[in-house]
Ligand binder design. Structure first.
Ligand code: NAD
Length: 478
């Protein structure tokens, strides 16, 4: 059984209980992880507290922290293929996606390593005879709850920023995919991160995750996951007045006008929904098409959809399997609803014959004329299903784009620059891509949502503000 990683050591779970690790490509168990409980979380938080309050970590200068992160970036690159293979098997990701995730992980550490000693306060104009300045101080111990869809990437962006800012971290990865993070924590210890700076406790969300949020020694929570759990985490953190960053789901619109460069648009629109088999918070899962170009775009995107293939992660096809059986059943439930309600599939990819029968596969599907209020156009499916719908004009496009509870990412495809900018301002989301799309991409680009997609920002320099507290110091002098 894989142990936790606490205080730079492998630590067996206190309960001795395990959670099975399933390979989504086969449906078979291939490892077991420790089922963390209150004692394990307490041990990890105590280790982080010691590291921050009186240990070597808390005494490092910003430049020294940055240097360690840069070393870790190099170490991750040295272990790039190993980490990609772990992630690919654990999550069922096609290998090239897992490799891209390993590259992104290294890049997060590189970016935040370089940023660590660039984070500064200000001096403020105030009354005569005073000098006032601000300091950006770490929260102390930060708790990080990570989902299963991009373990390495989300770990890198969240922990990278938190460590650069000087916090000590306790991470609770998802029970469905945590193998890569246990390895990265070992690599961090190898490059010289002091004991307690980075700790990992595996386990279930309602157990270890909930205990981490409620632990009195944790000063900030960074949660990435579903809106439902985001509410639970916020409520629990509010009882202790602990700040929370919430990176939640999305139902992101890709808006295509008739004057768009269609040849450039098709592969990008396609990738925005099939990347990671649609299990991406920022997946472009709604395709809004100007009515005059509706049939043409459906035809072009449909042809591309029909050529898609899903299969085992190691075959490195367009889509791997979904993460687990219940996720597969959930996606199939959406498709049954489409059939029941007369929503037609324009095109379907295939699941290849080599796919083991126990794996959790789903053929990519393009649906047309999905009513704006239908659950297919409202809820996060988290599978390779794209819902297309027509719009009449700019105002109509904005109305439909904003007609969900989410607001994470949007794209606008048009050759009219003024229109692209007008729409960018009217669409309610954290990021807008004009004539491109970055599903999960952009280490340097601040990322996060509005409405049910969450609040606070990770990625980019902006994230460092969220991982610090501002202190104002007022000095009276002559
Ligand atoms: P989830 O909310 O079920 O789980 C996410 C994490 O929270 C897991 O580690 C889980 O163990 C933990 N958790 C569950 N219950 C908890 C509780 N009561 N207290 C504390 N922690 C708890 O989500 P999921 O199904 O793993 O991930 C998919 C969701 O995550 C989707 O909605 C997706 O859009 C979202 N997501 C968002 C982003 C983003 O950056 N905005 C990125 C990736 C995924």
């Amino acid at each position: 059984m894989k142990p936790h990683f606490i205080d730079n050591r492998a630590v067996a779970g206190a309960s001795g209980q395990a959670i099975a690790v399933i390979d989504p490509s086969t449906g078979e168990e291939y490892e077991r992880i420790a089922r963390g409980n209150a004692a394990d979380i307490d041990l990890a938080v105590q280790a982080a507290r010691r590291a921050y309050d009186e240990g070597a970590w808390g005494r490092l200068s910003a430049a020294e922290r940055g240097r360690l992160l840069l070393k870790l970036a190099v170490k991750v690159q040295d272990h790039h293929e190993e980490l990609a293979q772990i992630e690919s098997r654990d999550c069922g990701k096609p290998t090239r996606q897992a490799r891209a995730d390993a590259t992104a992980l290294a890049r997060y550490f590189e970016f935040y390593g370089g940023a660590a000693d660039k984070l500064t306060g200000e001096t403020l104009p105030y009354a005569q005879g005073y000098t006032v300045l601000t300091l950006r101080e770490p929260h102390g111990v930060t708790g990080h709850i990570v989902p299963w869809n991009y373990p390495m990437q989300i770990f890198g962006r969240s922990v990278g920023g938190a460590l650069a800012a000087g916090n000590a971290c306790v991470v609770k990865p998802a029970e469905d995919a945590c193998m890569s993070l246990l390895r990265v924590a070992e690599l961090a210890a190898e490059v010289g991160f002091p004991p307690g700076a980075l700790n990992i406790v595996t386990g279930y969300g309602h157990e270890a995750g909930d205990m981490l949020v409620r632990h009195a020694g944790v000063d900030h929570i960074s949660f990435t996951g579903s809106p439902r759990v985001g509410v639970l985490v916020t409520q629990a953190a509010a009882e202790r007045h602990v700040p929370v960053t919430l990176e939640l789901g999305g139902k992101s619109p890709q808006i295509v006008f008739a004057d768009a460069d269609m040849d450039a648009m098709v592969p990008v629109v396609l990738n925005a929904i099939v990347q990671n088999a649609g299990q991406t918070c920022s997946a472009g899962s709604r395709l809004l098409i100007e009515r005059s170009a509706y049939e043409q775009v459906l035809d072009q995107v449909g042809k591309a959809f029909a050529a898609l293939r899903a299969g085992p992660a190691a075959m490195d096809l367009d889509c791997g399997p979904l993460i687990r059986k219940t996720q597969q059943e959930r996606v199939q439930g959406f498709l049954r609803d489409a059939e029941r309600d007369g929503i037609a599939a324009v095109a379907r990819g295939v699941v290849v014959s080599e796919a083991p029968s126990g794996g959790f596969y789903q053929a990519p599907t393009l649906l047309r004329d999905v009513p704006v209020k239908h659950r297919l156009a409202q809820e996060e499916i988290f599978g390779p299903v794209l819902s297309a719908m027509p719009f009449d004009n700019e105002a109509d496009a904005v109305r439909i784009a904003n007609a969900t509870e989410y607001g994470l990412v949007a794209s606008v495809w048009t050759r009219d620059g003024s229109r692209a900018l007008r729409l960018s301002r009217k669409v309610r989301s954290g990021q807008v891509f004009i004539n491109n799309y970055g599903a999960g991409g952009g280490i340097e680009l601040p990322f996060g949502g509005v409405k049910a997609s969450g609040h606070g920002r990770e990625k980019g320099f902006e994230a460092l503000y969220g991982f610090t507290v501002l202190k104002t110091i007022s000095i009276k002098h002559d």
